[in-house]
Design a protein around this ligand. Structure first.
Ligand SMILES: NC(=O)c1ccc[n+]([C@@H]2O[C@H](COP(=O)([O-])OP(=O)(O)OC[C@H]3O[C@@H](n4cnc5c(N)ncnc54)[C@H](OP(=O)(O)O)[C@@H]3O)[C@@H](O)[C@H]2O)c1
Length: 318
């Protein structure tokens, strides 16, 4: 049984707690909040045995084997640093850090202290990844030529999305999934990158489009918006057909089409709790193997994606 401690009793912590409650081989042992009352209420709601009124107190709990950091982006650096210095393996919500400088520093610290750290970018850990590889290898869609995807949630009422100093904007919240989609499903390196963004009144990136030309001639075009609701589909288009993700982040099935939306085959994905269980299990497996990183999302890849996001924001003047 792996004991997990959650830091930050917010929206995504609730989903993590629900997920862990559905797992046999791990459980949420403790919740840490800046407020004892909030921790207590969260613990009661999800049947969590221990409630701490500070993150520091949770990090001192010797029974916790993995800390899940579920705070805003702007807190990830401090929270991960404290966890690593306390010797606690940690799984940090996406986006891993605010920028590549923070990312490189945390990865170096984790390496120096010999502590496991991973990014909770959940599609990286899901069985869909292998299914997509199988479909492409089968040749049914031919040679992949173009990837398109969009991700739009109207989260413009959230403080952490609106405020630049909290790492607000669409990129760190949603665009990060799109870049991971491109990186997971196109092995060819990015040769050229072009992009534009629309800013919010508060000065964060509200909506953006990113186009990548890959060295092998594949084209990827992705769009993110934190100010609208969207269909959130993804498509891998090949020379003889295309593959549709019904939900880019958490697909329930993949549709294989030849032309004009005629569905040739539907690949069903295994039933799941919420989809978060795969990332927790990947951490447990890596820890059991004595690894310092998760093979599904290696440290070099976390840093690469963060560099890409720095480059995009530099292009937008942010
Ligand atoms: N994987 C996913 O599908 C997914 C979805 C949404 C969000 N996320 C990620 O999860 C992280 C948290 O997002 P969320 O939507 O859960 O945010 P949220 O609802 O605002 O919760 C964040 C929690 O962080 C703690 N916190 C610490 N310092 C804070 C500060 N200065 N301001 C606000 N809260 C602070 C608070 O907990 P206490 O008051 O208890 O200390 C707060 O409840 C982000 O990195 C986000 O990108 C992931």
């Amino acid at each position: 049984m792996m004991n997990i401690g959650i830091i930050g009793a917010g929206h995504i912590a609730e989903k993590a707690a629900r997920t862990l409650n559905g797992m046999d081989d791990m459980r949420c042992l403790a919740i840490g909040s800046r407020s004892q009352g909030k921790a207590q209420a969260f613990a009661e709601r999800f049947g969590i045995p221990r409630a701490y009124g500070s993150y520091e107190a949770l990090l001192q709990d010797p029974d916790i084997g993995l800390v899940y950091i579920a705070t805003p982006h702007s807190c990830h650096f401090e929270n991960a640093k404290d966890a690593i210095l306390a010797g606690k393996p940690c799984l940090v919500e996406k986006s891993f850090m605010m920028n590549a400088v923070e990312t490189a520093a945390i990865l170096a610290l984790a390496r120096e202290k010999g502590v496991f750290v991973a990014e909770a970018i959940w599609p990286r850990y899901m069985p869909v990844r292998e299914k997509v590889r199988e479909v492409i290898a089968s040749g049914v869609i031919g040679k992949p030529v173009m990837l398109t995807a969009s991700l739009a949630y109207n989260v413009s009422d959230k403080e952490r999305i609106l405020r630049p100093e909290m790492g607000g904007g669409a990129l760190l919240d949603l665009g990060v999934y799109l870049l991971n989609f491109v990186r997971m499903y196109c092995d060819s390196p990015i040769r050229d990158l072009s992009t534009s963004c629309i800013r919010s009144a508060t000065g964060v990136d509200a909506s953006e489009v990113i186009t990548c030309i890959h060295e092998d001639g594949t084209l990827s075009t992705v769009q993110a918006s934190a100010f609208s609701q969207g269909a959130n589909e993804g498509v891998i288009a090949g020379t003889t057909g295309y593959l549709v993700f019904d939900d880019l982040i958490n697909p329930t099935s993949l549709r294989i089409c030849r032309k004009r939306h005629i569905v040739e085959r539907v690949v069903e994905l295994p039933p799941q709790i919420t989809g978060f269980e795969y990332q927790f299990r990947a951490c447990a497996d890596a820890l059991r193997a004595g690894a310092l990183e998760a093979p599904q999302m290696p440290h070099a890849e976390i840093l690469y994606v963060m560099h890409l996001m720095d480059r995009l924001r530099a292009e937008w003047g942010l």
